[in-house]
Design a protein around this ligand. Structure first.
Ligand code: SF4
Length: 1015
């Protein structure tokens, strides 16, 4: 049986597992302390409520139900959580029916909470079902997981040995602050000594700011509420510029590339699919329901679209995923890993040569014509670009004034005549000719779309087909499908095309949607309405008197333009060619691409531009999660001589924080406040929650549960840093409030969020009971005015705030539009590569993967040595955090090295063989072969998020001499990110493998070979 057939037959099981409805005696919690004795068959969990025959609903005694959000992956779905009050235990996790991403058709906020439970019961429950995916539903054991870290720990052996002693919170705080000979290994500077705002980080290079930057801090920025306090401490109070996160090895490459095609300037962006009306969808670098936005929303959207509207869709993916099922109009096109841009350029070539694009839309020269035609967006496809190095406007859009035809507006050719875009009714799309400027000089001007076509035509269709491994006829059919559904078609992507040309891929996908006019169209590429943040409003949480301003400082990742550096200026002053730079700079959307935790640790290892003196690692695991991070970085973190102080804040041990000197225990998602955006939501909204159970972390001497917030507050107070303490927060009415505790911050943040929500429900006493608001509001109410408390209560009563309204306005998304879509992005075209000094392209370009110095990957890793191409992917039941959820480990205990049967045969391999995946210079990864026809030939596909041998409870540790044996089932499978090789052309002991333009991390299309391991 091949996997496609198997998947179809197993479809019901897969769907159940993915949406958390599977039931198995193996996976049922064995030792739940449920207070209510239960006499029903099978000892089911107590329900949330009972529905009587007369339709009346009553709460189950002893059961509390509350809402929060899921932090198991970064999608932030809403959760409905059932809690046994007597034991203070989470029993079950479901979806929030008010939240769009849990159901696709959420209940209105005006619906009383009791009624929402009634609507989830009985036959109507199926239609109204609000789901969590299998990962989210498996999180029940996270609170009382015996492998969770709940004590304050200090290492008792070498770093990473797993030997700890428990110490008081106060001792940890003092030692971290004051330093000393903390481990009998010599003097260690504490945080007080490291904070040197008056000394440079790098003498003679002021752009790198102060020596305070030698405190590096990591976090997961997706946690906006808690992260806002952490960032306040790190950046504004303590004053380090090195607060870094995971974007560059996650979604930043795609988002940056996509954003280049959306508007002038360089801002990230990414669309979703209008699931309610789409007719044809092309998934490139993602698979619906497998990665990207909320699995719950995607799963519902895909299921409804393919059953109700016979959606036709194509997944271009090296691996057949579960969502392409037989007997649907779904199609899988196996592509060679990392060759997505060849496929996308082939589509563009066909579409432009066949006229399969929206010429009328693309020919619009200005906003007035767009408005007259009823368009909400327009593009710069017909605008002319100066293609003359001798002209001062080279690589910019030509200005009408330079040709005596107007002001700063662009030019077009209309009916053979050069015109100001403002004067034209239409612009020709393929102009490329010489025109005379106001000085009488001939200047080559080319339409943006002409430049794109020239680039697409530079390579033959047969070469594109050979490069991507998809035959010409299949590519042609996709081009036809994409362009023959009017605007009810969309190309969707996520992070699955992050190769050495990830930026180009994101840009190409935005461009394909532009060619068919799909942006903001009904059935096309849509943009969520966003979320409310809590930085401003009733309280100023964004700034404070005396804050440190690091906004102009270049961080350790070199987030900025090389041309602004001391090095560049000194070379120029000496009359030298300033290129190449001595190391990589990140000039393309640097705030997103280069706040990179893995790049920061790499820079630390190289000591270039400087090393950290201390690292605080909160909820971050760069050593596992970042592709191409080198094992030598790990060795550096393990060496106190190279990293003197390492503090971890987390609820689990992971591959990175296990090297810490001190471990501050933290709250799990059911013990924290939240107010976040949801990935995959269309409507404006925010998913919110408050602690649902008593935190299990130890208490400090003041009786507060230890957690990240209390730790940074106490650090700041002890150092008398600005922004914390008595009167640290300014209210809008002029009074000041304190920031002394965990709740002081969260109450005000939630108040700011709630105050912006214009249609909060009125909370009744009945709602209060059904949402357990007395439990969540007790710590908040004393910190809020009556009005604020009522608003926050309303916010929490529905687990957030979710607006809804008319989805469409005619053929477009209601409220969408306003984009000037960039076939040619002149801002991109003005940046230079810091090694070559060459300008970046203004349209997407088709190039082989290149290292920082311009060498091709093939030059260093020839196909003769590395004949296969590697790709990793996200499985549906795994995220980093779900590695600690026993149900996920039981359902998916391991991963495999997937190969096509023909590839395996040619290598003399069979299913079950142990192999080593070997790359140019990464650390080989060992795994078990699974070969079938559901993989592209020549591809090696291994899922991410397995192989946690030393993390999430799979690690063996001793605390105060008591050994806690590792749970081997949590560490099944193989981890692959350290197998991904680094760039051999970058200077230093270690480096990462990057996208050529943005310097974000690659993980697809990696040349590898497979070696059989004798076991
Ligand atoms: S998709 Fe992610 S956030 Fe949503 S329920 Fe699943 S694990 Fe939780």
């Amino acid at each position: 049986m091949d996997r496609r057939t198997f998947i179809t037959r197993a479809g019901l099981v897969s769907a159940a597992a993915a949406t958390g409805t599977a039931c198995s005696s193996r996976t049922a919690p064995a030792t739940l302390k449920v207070s209510k004795s239960n006499t029903r068959f099978g000892n089911p969990l107590p329900t949330e409520a009972q529905l009587a025959a007369d339709g009346s609903l009553s709460k189950t005694a002893g059961i509390r139900t509350m809402y929060t959000r899921c932090f198991t992956c970064n999608n932030m779905c809403g959760l409905r959580v059932r809690i046994d009050e007597a034991s203070d235990t989470v029993l079950k996790v479901g979806g929030n029916p008010y939240c769009e991403v849990n159901s696709g058709s959420p209940f209105p906020l005006a619906m009383p909470v009791r009624d929402s439970y009634a609507a989830l019961a009985g036959n109507q429950g199926l239609e109204n079902r609000a789901t969590t995916c299998g990962k989210g539903a498996s999180g029940v054991n996270c609170v009382d997981d015996p492998r969770r870290v709940t004590q304050v720990l200090k290492r008792a052996g070498k770093r990473g040995e797993g030997k700890w002693v428990s110490i008081s919170y106060e001792q940890a705080l003092k030692e971290i602050l004051d330093g000393g000979d903390l481990f009998g290994e010599g003097q260690v500077d504490g945080l007080r000594a490291i904070r040197q705002l008056d000394k440079p980080a790098v003498p003679g290079q002021p752009e790198f700011g102060s020596a305070t930057n030698r405190l590096f801090a990591t976090f997961n920025e997706e946690d906006t509420l808690r992260g806002s306090l952490y960032a306040r401490f790190m950046r504004q109070s303590y004053g380090t510029a090195n607060l870094v996160t995971k974007h560059a090895y996650c979604g930043a490459p795609t988002g940056i590339g996509f954003g280049i095609g959306l508007n002038p300037g360089l801002e990230p962006g990414l669309s979703d699919i209008d699931w309610d009306s789409v007719e044809y969808a092309l998934f490139l670098g993602t698979a619906p329901g497998a990665s990207g936005a909320s699995l719950n929303r995607l799963g519902r959207g895909l299921a409804d679209a393919r059953t109700d509207r016979q959606l036709k869709y194509t997944c271009v993916d090296p691996l057949l995923r579960t969502t392409v099922a037989n007997d649907t109009r779904g199609q899988w096109l196996p592509i060679k890993p990392g060759r997505d841009s060849a496929f996308a350029f082939a589509l563009i070539q066909i579409m432009l040569s066949e006229g399969w694009f929206d010429a009328e839309f693309l020919s619009i020269p200005n906003s007035e014509v767009a408005k007259a035609k009823g368009e909400v967006n327009r593009a710069n496809a017909c605008h002319l670009v100066v293609m003359d190095p001798a002209h001062p406007g080279d690589r910019h859009l030509a200005k009408a004034s330079d040709f005596g035809l107007g002001g700063d507006e662009p030019l077009v050719v209309s009916n053979g005549q050069l015109l100001s875009a403002n004067q034209a009714q239409q612009g020709d799309l393929f102009t490329d000719a010489s025109f005379t400027d106001i000085n009488g000089q001939p200047v080559r001007l080319a339409a943006s779309l002409a430049l794109l076509k020239q680039e697409a035509d530079r390579t033959s269709l047969s070469d594109y087909a050979a490069a991507c491994g998809i035959d010409e006829a299949a590519i042609r059919q996709v081009a036809k499908d994409l362009s023959h559904h009017g605007r009810r078609a969309c190309v969707a992507t996520n992070t699955g095309a992050n190769s050495g040309d990830a930026i180009i891929m994101g840009w190409l996908i935005a461009t394909l949607n532009t060619l068919i006019g799909a942006h903001d169209a009904k059935g096309g590429a849509i943009y969520g309405n966003g979320a409310y943040w809590g930085f401003e409003g009733n309280y100023n949480l964004g700034g404070f008197d005396g804050e440190v301003d690091t906004s102009a400082v270049i961080n350790v990742c070199r987030a900025g333009a090389y041309e602004g550096s001391t090095e560049y200026q000194q070379k120029l002053a000496r009359g030298d060619n300033p290129y190449p730079a001595s190391d990589m700079w990140h000039n393309l959307v640097p705030g997103y691409a280069a706040g990179n935790a893995a790049e920061a640790l790499t820079a630390h290892t190289n000591g270039n531009p400087y090393s950290a003196k201390a690292l605080i690692n909160w909820r971050s695991n760069a050593l596992y999660s970042a592709s191409s991070i080198n094992h030598k970085v790990e060795q550096t973190l393990a060496d106190p001589a190279r990293l003197p102080l390492f503090v971890a804040i987390d609820c689990y041990m992971n591959e990175t924080n296990r090297y810490a000197d001190y471990f501050i225990p933290d709250r799990v998602m059911f013990e924290e406040y939240a107010a976040d955006r949801m990935w995959g939501a269309f409507n404006l909204g925010v998913v919110a929650g408050a602690p649902l159970v008593t935190p299990r972390t130890v208490k400090n001497a003041a009786g507060q549960h230890v957690c990240m917030e209390q730790f940074v507050i106490d650090l700041a107070m002890a150092m008398s840093l600005p922004g914390f303490g008595k009167g640290a927060i300014a209210a809008a009415d002029g009074h000041k409030v304190d920031l002394l505790t965990f709740e002081d911050w969260h109450a005000r943040y939630l108040a700011n969020v709630a105050a912006q929500c214009s249609a909060l429900p009125v909370v009744s006493d009945d709602d209060r009971q059904w949402s357990a608001l007395d439990y969540s509001m007790t710590p908040l109410r004393p910190r809020l005015s009556e009005t604020e408390a009522a608003q926050v209560e309303a916010l929490l009563s529905r687990g957030g705030y979710y607006e809804s309204g008319e989805r469409y306005d005619g053929d477009f998304i209601n409220g969408g539009g306003g984009k000037l879509l960039q076939i040619y992005n002149a801002d991109m075209a003005q940046l230079r590569h810091c090694h070559s000094g060459e300008f970046y392209p203004g349209t997407p370009v088709y190039q082989p993967n290149r290292f920082w110095n311009g060498d091709t990957w093939e030059q260093h890793w020839p196909a003769s040595d590395y004949p296969l191409l590697f790709s990793s992917y996200k499985p549906t039941l795994r995220s980093n955090y779900s590695a600690a959820f026993d149900r996920c480990a039981e359902l998916t205990p391991t991963n495999f090295v997937y190969l096509h049967s023909d590839t395996a045969s040619a290598l003399g391999l069979k299913n079950g063989d142990t192999v080593r995946v070997v790359s140019g210079n990464g650390t080989p990864a060992e795994g078990v072969v699974q070969a079938d026809s559901g993989v592209a030939k020549g591809a090696v596909c291994v899922s991410h998020t397995f192989g946690h041998k030393q993390a999430y409870g799979a690690d063996t540790r001793s605390i105060d001499g008591q050994v806690l044996e590792g749970l081997s089932h949590r560490g099944g499978g193989t981890a692959v990110n350290q197998m991904v090789p680094h760039d051999p052309t970058r200077p230093g002991e270690v480096s990462m493998l990057n996208d050529y333009y943005a310097g974000t991390n690659c993980r697809h299309g990696i040349p590898v070979r497979i070696e059989k391991v004798d076991v």
